[in-house]
Design a protein around this ligand. Structure first.
Ligand SMILES: [Zn+2]
Length: 119
């Protein structure tokens, strides 16, 4: 999974304000704004990141059109998660449609655009 750049986003920046405005003498800046690059990233390489978890859910329809919805246990090991549809098919041989549900940690990070350091 790759990073998804979102920015640049124009946003207010916290700082010691108000400060004298260099552009218009005699005035003070009440708020500073700058472009910041926001990126949505998979956090697998960071410490304390929870593992990616896998689960299968039965989406087979009953005779009345309702979805079964039975789900297997959540597992970090993808191969273990894949065992559940076979177990479920033993109990309900006509149920053969499943969805893979993954819980994947992602995080937003923000930094100034490349080439623009914070003052
Ligand atoms: Zn089912």
């Amino acid at each position: 999974m790759g990073d998804t750049p979102v920015g640049p986003v124009f946003q207010a920046v916290d700082g010691p304000l108000p400060v004298p405005c260099a552009e218009v003498p005699g005035t003070r800046l009440r708020r500073a704004w700058r472009f910041m690059d926001w990126t949505l990233s998979h956090t697998a390489d960071e410490p304390d990141t929870p593992p990616v978890m896998h689960r299968y859910r039965c989406v087979s329809e009953e005779e009345d059109g309702t979805v079964c919805g039975a789900a297997g246990p959540e597992a970090e090991d993808f191969t273990l998660a894949q065992a559940w549809p076979f177990l479920h098919a033993r109990q309900s041989p006509e149920h053969r449609s499943f969805e893979h549900v993954a819980r994947v940690p992602w995080a937003l990070s923000v930094r100034p655009p490349a080439g623009r350091a914070l003052p």
